[in-house]
Design a protein around this ligand. Structure first.
Ligand SMILES: [Zn+2]
Ligand SMILES: [Zn+2]
Length: 329
C-alpha cells in the first residue's frame, strides 16, 4: 500500500498499486526496446491471462475439438460439444477463482483492491445477489451468444466459405496471427465499449455489467444480451482474416476467460509466500469504480490518446468525475 499523504486516492482502496497504472510501452516515443521486452516477456513467459488462455485453447483443440469436416452442416453433436468447450472452462476458472478468493478466502485480503465483499441482498442485482446475478448473465447470456457465433464461424470454415489455414501451409502467419489476436481483441473492445457508454445506449447495453462497482471473477463477462451480441462480434474477424480453428479457440478463450482474471478483484494470486500469477487489473478496476475512464485495456493506450486515461491518482478521479457530470448534463 502506498503512503496516503502522497496520493489521497490510496485511502479509497484496500490495496492501491504504487505509481501510475502502466500502459504498453510499445507505443512510447522515443522507442524503449528494453521496456517493451519486459512488458511482453511479463505477459507471455509467466502465468497470466494470455498463457492460461493459450493453454486452455491448445488443450481444447488437442483433446476435445470435433473434426472440422463434421461441421459442414449444423448437427447437434458437434454443436453441443462447442457449447461445452465454452461452458466447462468458464465454470472451472470463474468458479474455481471465486471459491478460492471469496469463499475459502485462500489469500485473505492480500492484494485485494476493494475493501468490500461482494454484494448480497441488494435489489440492483438479478436474484438480489451479485454472484448469482453474474453467474446467470455469464452462463446464460454470454455463453449462448459466444457459442452461436462460433457455430457460424466453424460451419463457414468447414465449408470453405472463408479463408482457412493449416499449420504446415502457413506456419509463420499461424504464429503471427496468434500473437496479434489479443491486440485485435483490445482494439475491438475499446470501440465497442465506448459505444456502450454513450448516454443514450448505456442503460440498454451496458448497465448490467456496471451493476458491479466492486467486481469478482464472475463479473468478467456478466453482460446483457444486447451487449453480448456486440461484444462477441470480435470473432467475426475470422470470417475475413485467414485463420485456423485454434485461432478461434484462443480468441474465444481470451475473450471469455481473461475477463475472469481481470475482474477478480485481486492483483496477484499467491501460492505459499510468493506471487504465483497475475490476476486482476487495476486499470479496469478503476473503470468499474469511476465509469467514464479507462474504456480500453492497457495493451493499446487509446485512453491516453483520447484523454480518458485514469492513472490511479486522485487528480485523475477528480477529472473523471467532472467528465462524467458533463456527459450527463
Ligand atoms: Zn464500461
Ligand atoms: Zn468490466
Amino acid at each position: 500500500m502506498t503512503d496516503t499523504t502522497q496520493n489521497p486516492e490510496s485511502a479509497r482502496w484496500h490495496y492501491h498499486p504504487d505509481g501510475p497504472v502502466s500502459l504498453n510501452p510499445l507505443f512510447k516515443w522515443p522507442p524503449r526496446p528494453a521496456e517493451v521486452l519486459k512488458w511482453y516477456s511479463g505477459a507471455w513467459l509467466q502465468i497470466t491471462a494470455l498463457t492460461l488462455c493459450l493453454a486452455l485453447a491448445v488443450t481444447a483443440y488437442a483433446f476435445f475439438f470435433p473434426p472440422l469436416e463434421s461441421m459442414q452442416s449444423f448437427a447437434p453433436g458437434w454443436m453441443f460439444r462447442i457449447w461445452l468447450l465454452n461452458m466447462v472452462p468458464q465454470i472451472l476458472v470463474a468458479g474455481g477463482l471465486h471459491w478460492w478468493l471469496y469463499m475459502r478466502k485462500g489469500q485473505g485480503m492480500y492484494k485485494k483492491f476493494d475493501r468490500r465483499d461482494l454484494t448480497r441482498n441488494n435489489g440492483t442485482f438479478t436474484f438480489r445477489n451479485q454472484v448469482l446475478d453474474n453467474i446467470w448473465w455469464t452462463l446464460g447470456s454470454a455463453m449462448t451468444v459466444a457459442t452461436v457465433y462460433q457455430w457460424i464461424i466453424y460451419w463457414a470454415m468447414a465449408n470453405g466459405y472463408v479463408p482457412t489455414i493449416t499449420w504446415s501451409g502457413a506456419p509463420v502467419w499461424f504464429v503471427v496471427w496468434m500473437v496479434f489476436i489479443p491486440m485485435w481483441s483490445g482494439l475491438h473492445f475499446y470501440w465497442v465499449h465506448r459505444l456502450e457508454h454513450h448516454p443514450k445506449l448505456y442503460k440498454y447495453l451496458h448497465a448490467v455489467h456496471h451493476r458491479n462497482v466492486n467486481i469478482g471473477p464472475w463479473s468478467g463477462i456478466s453482460n446483457h444480451w444486447y451487449e453480448n451480441l456486440l461484444y462477441f462480434t470480435t470473432y467475426f474477424i475470422h470470417l475475413i482474416v485467414p485463420s485456423h480453428p485454434l485461432h478461434v479457440l484462443f480468441h474465444a478463450s481470451f475473450q471469455q476467460i481473461s475477463p475472469v482474471l481481470s475482474h477478480s478483484g485481486f492483483e496477484k494470486l499467491k501460492a505459499g509466500d510468493t506471487d504465483a500469477a497475475r490476476a486482476g487489473d487495476f486499470f479496469h478496476q478503476l473503470h468499474h469504480r469511476y465509469f467514464e475512464c479507462n474504456y480500453g485495456t492497457s495493451e493499446i493506450p487509446f485512453d491516453k490518446w483520447f484523454g480518458t486515461y485514469h492513472d490511479g491518482s486522485a487528480e485523475a478521479t477528480t477529472r473523471t468525475r467532472a467528465y462524467k457530470k458533463q456527459m450527463y448534463t
